[in-house]
Design a protein around this ligand. Structure first.
Ligand SMILES: Nc1ncnc2c1ncn2[C@@H]1O[C@H](COP(=O)(O)OP(=O)(O)OP(=O)(O)O)[C@@H](O)[C@H]1O
Length: 224
């Protein structure tokens, strides 16, 4: 078997709320193989976003070990985590967080230029990703000129712009109607598979989860 792209061992996270301690993650173990698309299911408040934040290396406060591509993130200084995030991870959120003053293409070009790609290559990749998501006719539209589903597809293109080994998606179609959600998720899965990326996708939608390679369930702070 290949070396996992993500390996979580004994991942724990607690929060203090009104003088009370809530143990949200109580020892999560998970391996994700390269190219594997894993659905993370669990009811509202079960800790799916908290788990994605841990793997995304965006927040501290976790106990346990988080290895990304074989590197132990919890042992790295902040700039090491930033490097690991840039080299390996792409993010899609429920609300797209696109830059409102930039058009669809520029929103996908930007992260590539930050990563050091030259502008011409970045433009070509942005246009190719957006076109493969059915947005070839929306390349110069700003977010406010796009529908919710189109905005979310731009966010998918942006997440894949730097060819991440792992895409982290938190309810990526959660604010879309059922039909649009199905279409966007289908395009997301097709693109992620085509790119050979792995993905961890948080959702509470069983039907959407069944379209992924494997389903894991967060319950009482551990994965069933
Ligand atoms: N910064 C925080 N401070 C205090 N409690 C928090 C914080 N972040 C999350 N929690 C609590 O942790 C629990 C898990 O939250 P989380 O957002 O991870 O759940 P979720 O499964 O993603 O939920 P949803 O499906 O509704 O998005 C919740 O009870 C939440 O109130």
């Amino acid at each position: 078997m290949n070396k996992p792209i993500v390996s979580l061992r004994g991942l724990k996270r607690s929060f203090e709320q009104g003088g009370q301690r809530i143990d949200v993650l109580r020892g999560v173990d998970l391996d994700i193989q390269p190219g594997e698309i894993v659905a993370l299911l669990g009811p509202s408040g079960s800790g799916k976003s908290t788990m994605l934040q841990a793997v995304g290396l965006l927040e501290g406060g976790f106990e346990g070990s988080i290895a990304i591509a074989g590197e132990r993130a919890e042992k790295l200084p902040p700039d090491g985590r930033t490097r690991l995030r840039r080299e390996h991870l792409g993010f899609v959120y429920q609300f797209h967080h696109l830059l409102p003053d930039f058009d669809a293409t520029e929103n996908v070009v930007m992260p590539q230029m930050i990563a050091g790609t030259d502008r011409e290559t970045a433009l070509e990749r942005a246009q190719s990703l957006l076109t493969s998501l059915g947005l070839g006719h929306r390349l110069t539209h700003r977010p406010s000129q796009l529908s919710g589903g189109e905005q979310q597809r731009v966010a998918v293109a942006r997440a894949l712009a730097n060819q991440p080994t792992l895409v982290l998606a938190d309810e990526p179609t959660g604010n879309l109607d059922e039909t649009t959600s199905d279409t966007v998720l289908g395009q997301f899965l097709e693109l992620v598979r085509g790119e050979g990326s792995a993905a961890l996708v948080a959702t509470h939608n069983e039907r959407l989860a069944s379209r992924m390679d494997r389903v894991v369930r967060l319950h009482d702070g551990i994965l069933a």
